[in-house]
Design a protein around this ligand. Structure first.
Ligand code: MTE
Ligand code: MO
Length: 554
C-alpha cells in the first residue's frame, strides 16, 4: 500500500471537535460553578457584561422586543456566539493545535474579565471559567489527536485499512469547505507528529470521542444545574422570614402528648415526617421565581408571587396528613403545625363561578391533585402552606408552597410545590392518580394504630402499657377500644387534642400474662361511627380493618 498521501482532518471534523470541546468547557464550568458555591456562571456573566457595555437605546429596544424573555434571549445569544467561535477554533486547530489552545485561552480571558467585573464578584468566581476552559482545551487536543489514525496505531495495516474510507470523507469535506478556506491537500496538519509517516483521518475514532465529549458536557451541565439550583433553593429557604400568623393555632393542650416511650409524638418532627411523592428528583423551586396562578371558573384570574402570599393574613393550624396508600397499622401519617394562607380566601378573591366543584392543582413537576371544592370552602383550615413546624417548608415537603386540607388524603389535596390551581369540574378534569385506579375523591377513613408494644415484640409479664394513635380528621375522634385475645373491648384513655384535625394519642394499661397474645384496636369518630372490621386494601380509596398485633410475654 502506498502510505505517502497525507490526509488532513476535514473541516467539518475540526468544527465538530471545536464545538464539542466548547460544550465540554461549558459543562465542566457549570459543574465547577455549582461545586465552588454561589457564583456567577461565565455565560451569564458574559451576558450581563454585554448588557453593561450595550448603549442604552439598544438595551431599550431589546427590552421592548423581548420583554420578560430578554435575559433568556441574551444568554441564548451568548451561547450561539460561543458555539460559532468554538467551531472556528476547532477548524483552525486542525493544522496548528496551539492556535486552538490560544483560542480557548482567549475565551478564558473574556470569561474571567466578565466574571471579575461583576459587582458582586469574589476571588473564587474565576475558578469555573478557568477549569472549564482548561477542560475544553484539553478536550480539543484529545479529539484532534483521536481524529488522526496514525497517532496511536503503529500498525500500518490498520491505518491503511481506514484510509480508503477516510480519504473519501475528507475529499467531500474539502469540497464543501473549499470556498471558505482553501485547503491544500499537501499541507500537513500540526497534529501529525509521526515523522515522515502518513497519517489518516479516522472518522470512527473522532466520532466516538465526540460522543464521549457530548456525554461529559451534558452530564456536567445537568449535574451542575441540579446542584446549583439545590444550593440556590437551600439558600433562599434559609432566607425566608416567616410572618407571624394572623390567626394563631389553638395552644396544644398539655395533655396532648402522653410521653410514652415508642409512642408517636403528638407533633411529628420534620425530619421524621413521612414523604410520599412521584418525584424522582425533588423539584427545586426558587421562591423568587415562584408564582401561583388561580384560573378556570373564576371571574378574575389571580397570579400571586411568594411575597404576595406572605403578605396575606396567615393561619396556623395543627393538621395530621395521611396517605391513602397507608396499610392498616402503616407509617404514612404525620402531624405538623402548618402556617399558610387560607385557600378559601384566595379563591374567593378570584371570584368563584357557579358550577365549579373541583380544584385541579398542579405541582412544579407536573403532578396534580383534584380536590373537592366544597371541602376547601366549608371553613376548615385548608391552606396554601408556607411553613411546617415553625420553619419554611422543607424542600422534600413542598417548598416554597404546598396545599394542606384537613380530612382529605394527600393524593387528592396536599399538592407539594404547587404552582397552579384550576377551578373546574370533576366531570371535566382528572387528577394524576384517578386514571391510575384511585378514587377521584379521597376523604380520610378513621384509623387507629398500635405503636406500643412493637408488633412482633416481646415484653415482661406484669403491668404493661398499650398505646398508639388514632385519627378521623375534621370529624374528630371520640373513642378508642382495645381488646386482647378477642376478649372484652376496653376503653383506652384518650389524650387531649387542640381540635378535630389531628390524630389523637391513646393508651391503656394491661396486665400481661406469659404467652403469645393478640392485641386489637378500633376507633370511633365524633359522629359515632366505629371503624369497620372488614379488611380492605389501600386501593382505591383507603384501607380498612382493625390493626392487630401479636406479642410474646415472658
Ligand atoms: N407534587 C406532589 N405533591 C404531592 C404528591 C406528589 O406525588 N407530588 N403526593 C401526595 C401524596 S400521595 C401525599 S400522601 C402527600 C405526602 O406529603 P408529604 O410527602 O409531605 O408527607 O403529598 C401529596 N402531594
Ligand atoms: Mo398519599
Amino acid at each position: 500500500m502506498v502510505v505517502q498521501r497525507k490526509t488532513t482532518v476535514p473541516a467539518w471534523a475540526g468544527a465538530l471537535a471545536g464545538l464539542v470541546s466548547g460544550g465540554v468547557a461549558l459543562g465542566v464550568a457549570q459543574l465547577v460553578a455549582a461545586l465552588v458555591g454561589p457564583t456567577t456562571f461565565p455565560v451569564v456573566a458574559v451576558g450581563d457584561a454585554t448588557v453593561d457595555l450595550t448603549p442604552a437605546p439598544v438595551k431599550d429596544f431589546a427590552i421592548r422586543a423581548f420583554g420578560e424573555n430578554d435575559k433568556a434571549v441574551l444568554v441564548g445569544g451568548v451561547l450561539v456566539v460561543l458555539a460559532a467561535v468554538a467551531a472556528v477554533i476547532g477548524l483552525v486547530a486542525r493544522r496548528r493545535v496551539w492556535i486552538g489552545y490560544l483560542g480557548f485561552a482567549l475565551f478564558g480571558v473574556v470569561g474571567v474579565l466578565a466574571v471579575v467585573t461583576r459587582p458582586d464578584a469574589g476571588a473564587f468566581d474565576v475558578v469555573p471559567t478557568v477549569v472549564g476552559v482548561a477542560a475544553g482545551a484539553w478536550a480539543l487536543g484529545w479529539l484532534l489527536r483521536r481524529a488522526v489514525a496514525g497517532e496511536t496505531t503503529g500498525v500500518s495495516g490498520e491505518t491503511t485499512g481506514v484510509s480508503g474510507e477516510a480519504t473519501g470523507v475528507s475529499g467531500e469535506a474539502t469540497g464543501v469547505s473549499g470556498g471558505a478556506e482553501p485547503e491544500p491537500e499537501v499541507e500537513r496538519p500540526a497534529v501529525m507528529r509521526a515523522g515522515g509517516e502518513a497519517l489518516t483521518f479516522d472518522r470512527r475514532r473522532l466520532l466516538t470521542g465526540v460522543a464521549g465529549g457530548v456525554v461529559v458536557a451534558g452530564a456536567g451541565a445537568v449535574l451542575g444545574q441540579q446542584l446549583g439550583s439545590r444550593r440556590t433553593v437551600d439558600a433562599a429557604r434559609g432566607g425566608v422570614t416567616l410572618p407571624s400568623p394572623a390567626v394563631a393555632a389553638k395552644p396544644i393542650p398539655a395533655g396532648a402528648d402522653l410521653r410514652i416511650g415508642g409512642l408517636s409524638p403528638f407533633i411529628t418532627p420534620n425530619k421524621d415526617f413521612y414523604r410520599v411523592d412521584t418525584a424522582l428528583v425533588v423539584p427545586q423551586v426558587d421562591p423568587a421565581d415562584w408564582t401561583l396562578r388561580i384560573h378556570g371558573l373564576v371571574d378574575r384570574p389571580v397570579e400571586l408571587t411568594f411575597a404576595d402570599l406572605l403578605k396575606l393574613p396567615l393561619t396556623e393550624a395543627d393538621v395530621t396528613l395521611t396517605c391513602v396508600s397507608n396499610e392498616v397499622g402503616g407509617p404514612y401519617a404525620g402531624n405538623a403545625r402548618w402556617l399558610g394562607a387560607r385557600m378559601a380566601d384566595v379563591l374567593r378573591s378570584a371570584g368563584l363561578r357557579s358550577g365549579a366543584d373541583m380544584l385541579l392543582s398542579t405541582s412544579a413537576d407536573g403532578f396534580t391533585c383534584g380536590t373537592p371544592l366544597d371541602v376547601v370552602m366549608d371553613g376548615r383550615d385548608a391552606l396554601f402552606a408556607v411553613a411546617m413546624n415553625g420553619e419554611a417548608l422543607p424542600v422534600d415537603h413542598g417548598f416554597p408552597v404546598r396545599q394542606v386540607v384537613p380530612g382529605l388524603y394527600g393524593y387528592v389535596s396536599a399538592t407539594k410545590w404547587v404552582v397552579d390551581v384550576k377551578v373546574t369540574r370533576f366531570d371535566q378534569d382528572e387528577a394524576y392518580w384517578t386514571p391510575r385506579g384511585w378514587s377521584a375523591k379521597g376523604p380520610i377513613k378513621t384509623q387507629s394504630r398500635i405503636d406500643v408494644p412493637k408488633p412482633g415484640g416481646s415484653l415482661k409479664a406484669g403491668s404493661a402499657t398499650i398505646a398508639g394513635v388514632a385519627w378521623a380528621q375534621h370529624t374528630g375522634l371520640d373513642a378508642v377500644e382495645v381488646r386482647v385475645d378477642r376478649g372484652q373491648w376496653r376503653q383506652a384513655k384518650l389524650a387531649e387534642v387542640p381540635g378535630p384535625d389531628t390524630w389523637r394519642q391513646w393508651s391503656i394499661d394491661w396486665a400481661a400474662t406469659p404467652g403469645e397474645h393478640t392485641i386489637e384496636v378500633r376507633a370511633t369518630d365524633a359522629a359515632g361511627r366505629t371503624q369497620t372490621e372488614q379488611p380492605a386494601p389501600p386501593a382505591p380509596d383507603g384501607a380498612t380493618g382493625w390493626h392487630s398485633i401479636t406479642v410474646q410475654v415472658a
